[in-house]
Design a protein around this ligand. Sequence first.
Ligand code: ZN
Length: 141
Amino acid sequence: MEYVPGIPILKPSIDADNMAFWDAVANHELVLQKCRACDIYHQPPRPMCPECNSMDTLEWVPSSGRGHIYSYVNFTTDKMAYPAMKVPYSVVLIELDEGIRLVSNLVDIEPDDVEIGIPVEVVFDDILDDLTLYKFKRRAA
Ligand code: ZN
């Protein structure tokens, strides 16, 4: 996956609820929000547990960073692709071992080779001085 020089790359919209997530990504760590009381992970991050409605029991915990490709779409022409990304590329929905699903990109699997179920692990791409994104690469099953 490559970027097109000269075209601005969209950055995540960071707010009070997801700031800890993106701060961790900038430090090459993947964290997930979890409720201590319910023992349940939540994504996207939020100020209140949707299970028990507590605002005091949410914490950030390290993710395994491991999962599999749950779904994907391949962009093969410029018509529908994001202009800053060279086609072809894949947008994938990764289901982490914790059960959380994240939208991302792949770094080492060409679109023609993407399949549902491929085991992956997180990697971090320092795209700009102020932009690091989490992406995924193939891992041994
Ligand atoms: Zn809860």
